[in-house]
Design a protein around this ligand. Structure first.
Ligand code: HEC
Length: 154
């Protein structure tokens, strides 16, 4: 499942190629605009595909609260950017997303006492979103798998 997006693209490309030999089937270019970084740094891997998928999840879901720059909003939404709360205990942070999170927490020295609703995303999507967050916003990197999400789910 980890590589489903890549597989889907590969299958699509191959299929399009095979069909295009026979006639004038429309050949669409797979969208690659989301992963310019992977082209510069290293050959695409499962992790790069996951980061790209996670970026889409982040923009669709998490960004509304944690903001496009990951810095959140004072006293309302805690930052994911360089978050010490996230760095200190990754399973706890994943648990907050899949189970919901309420009560007072301290992130980078600032107190928050709000509520994050339990996500309705698939385990795969949560894993991808966290992988994206860990590799952006000044965080230290890393990768989260579906199994890591399942493990903290209540
Ligand atoms: C509806 C708004 C909302 C959405 C959507 C949301 N969060 Fe949160 N998130 C919060 C709030 C509010 C808190 C703090 C809860 C508290 O005060 O106990 C929080 C806390 C966190 C924390 C722990 C504190 C920190 O800053 O490190 C993490 C990690 C986190 N969210 C990640 C995510 C991810 C990843 C997504 C998308 C899959 C997401 N959140 C979606 C509102 C949201």
């Amino acid at each position: 499942m980890k590589n489903f997006k890549l597989l889907a693209i590969a299958t699509f490309t191959t299929t399009t190629f095979l069909f295009s030999c026979g006639g004038d089937e429309k050949k669409e270019t797979p969208a690659t605009t989301e992963t310019p970084k992977s082209m510069l740094e290293e050959a695409p891997t499962g992790k790069d595909a996951k980061i790209a998928a996670g970026k889409a999840v982040y923009e669709k879901v998490c960004q509304a609260c944690h903001q496009a720059d990951g810095k959140g909003l004072p006293a309302t939404f805690p930052p994911l950017a360089e978050s010490d709360y996230l760095a200190a205990d990754l399973p706890r942070a994943i648990g907050g997303v899949v189970n919901g999170l309420t009560g007072e927490i301290t992130v980078n020295g600032a107190k928050f006492n709000q509520a994050m609703p339990k996500s309705t995303l698939s385990d795969d999507e949560v894993a991808a979103a966290f992988t994206y967050v860990l590799n952006n916003f000044g965080n230290k990197g890393g990768e989260v798998n579906e199994e890591d999400v399942k493990a903290v789910k209540k």
